[in-house]
Write a protein that binds this ligand. Structure first.
Ligand code: SF4
Length: 354
């Protein structure tokens, strides 16, 4: 352990989680690096299959075989009794050991994509929430029950006391998602990982859940890692955005900068495919092609078969490395390197003014 003086809550360095299948090795997370500050919201966006959920499960140490985290560091800043913070590499802790179990569900909580599938069908929701509280807090069963009722009220479950005795199948999808949020927040985590928390919900319930999470985040001053395929959803919530493609973060920076002036062609394409009220179009813009087979080994930039700006002879041969731009942004694209100069002096001149 080392003393960590800054305000970084979680720092993920060069994380690599691979799945070893009969068909080959799928590099679901491949050299991913990012950090989350205390009380900040990081939006992680990208198409399905780009490694967002596996990144979250790697942080929680919940990757199951044939998946393995093969390299990297996940440095979590823990408050010590002395008042100082110490940095713990979660990957060095046994996944089922006492310290990791105390962090998982207590200090770092997760809301899963499918609330109904994540709740136990054979246990009452009250029992599921109180069990989590008793695991992580030094309280009696009756105190845990009171905390659980209070959390259900905070997430606006009507008749919270009666709902404690309900089973998941007796609740609507939106109610199940609120129960998951209540369970995740019941121990006042420092970090909430929300993995597509509104995917299964209708737009009205989605808006309510997002508003609820924003309110609780401000009230509890917790950090959120908000995973979604929808850039529009993170626009209002995130302080920072990380855009993932094929297991790598291709652009990372302040949310305002990324929405105002996206740099990576994939981010630009994602934003252009959002429907907008101020534009009249007969069709929706899409990103050409599909996400490649996870077992494929593409030369050069993994986005080059789909990229409108791809430079033949450059992008299909050279693997782009992260480049730091002046505004603190990080982007993985050869357009921002000297290779663009060789390919197109005009383009290089444009990018040099950014
Ligand atoms: Fe497109 Fe080339 Fe940049 Fe990849 S490196 S995103 S192919 S321009």
């Amino acid at each position: 352990m080392t003393v960590q003086p800054n305000d970084t809550l979680l720092e993920v360095k060069d994380l690599q989680t691979h799945f070893f299948m009969a068909e080959g090795v799928a590099k679901a997370v491949d050299s991913t690096t990012f950090s989350i500050g205390r009380g900040k919201v990081l939006g992680v966006v990208g198409e399905s299959g780009c490694g967002k959920s596996v990144t979250a499960r790697s942080i929680m140490r919940m990757v199951r075989p044939p998946g393995h985290t093969v390299d990297g560091e996940i440095l979590y800043s823990r408050a010590a009794e002395t008042g100082q913070t110490t940095s713990v590499d979660l990957l060095q802790l046994p996944a089922t050991g006492a310290e990791m179990r105390s962090i998982r569900g207590g200090e770092i909580s997760m809301i899963f994509q499918e609330p109904r599938a994540s709740l136990s069908p054979v246990h009452r929701i009250g029992d599921q929430i109180t069990e989590n509280i008793l695991l992580h807090q030094p309280v009696t069963p009756s105190e845990a029950e009171l905390i659980a009722i209070d959390m259900l009220q905070q997430v606006h479950i009507p008749l919270a006391e009666q709902r404690m005795g309900a089973f998941a199948h007796q609740l609507s999808g939106g109610m199940c998602q609120r129960v998951m949020i209540a369970m995740a927040l019941s121990c006042h985590p420092n970090l909430l990982i929300a993995d597509e928390p509104t995917t299964a919900l209708d737009v009205t319930t989605e808006a309510q859940i997002l508003e609820l999470m924003q309110g609780l985040q401000a009230e509890l001053d917790m950090a959120i890692m908000f995973i979604t395929h929808d850039l529009g959803v993170v626009a209002d919530m995130a302080d920072e955005v990380a855009v993932m493609y094929l297991g790598k973060i291709v652009e990372r920076g302040a949310a305002a900068d990324i929405f105002r002036d996206p740099k990576h062609p994939y981010t630009i394409a994602l934003l252009e495919s959002l429907p907008r009220m101020d534009q009249k179009r007969d069709w929706l813009q899409t990103i050409r092609g599909v996400v490649p087979d996870p077992y494929s080994t593409l030369n050069g930039c993994p986005f080059h078969p789909r990229c409108a700006d791809s430079m033949p002879g450059v992008c299909d041969e050279i693997v782009p490395q992260p480049i730091s731009l002046e505004d603190g942004r990080e982007v993985r694209c050869l357009l921002y390197t000297e290779h663009a100069t060789q390919e197109s002096p005009q383009l290089a001149e444009e990018t040099s003014h950014q």
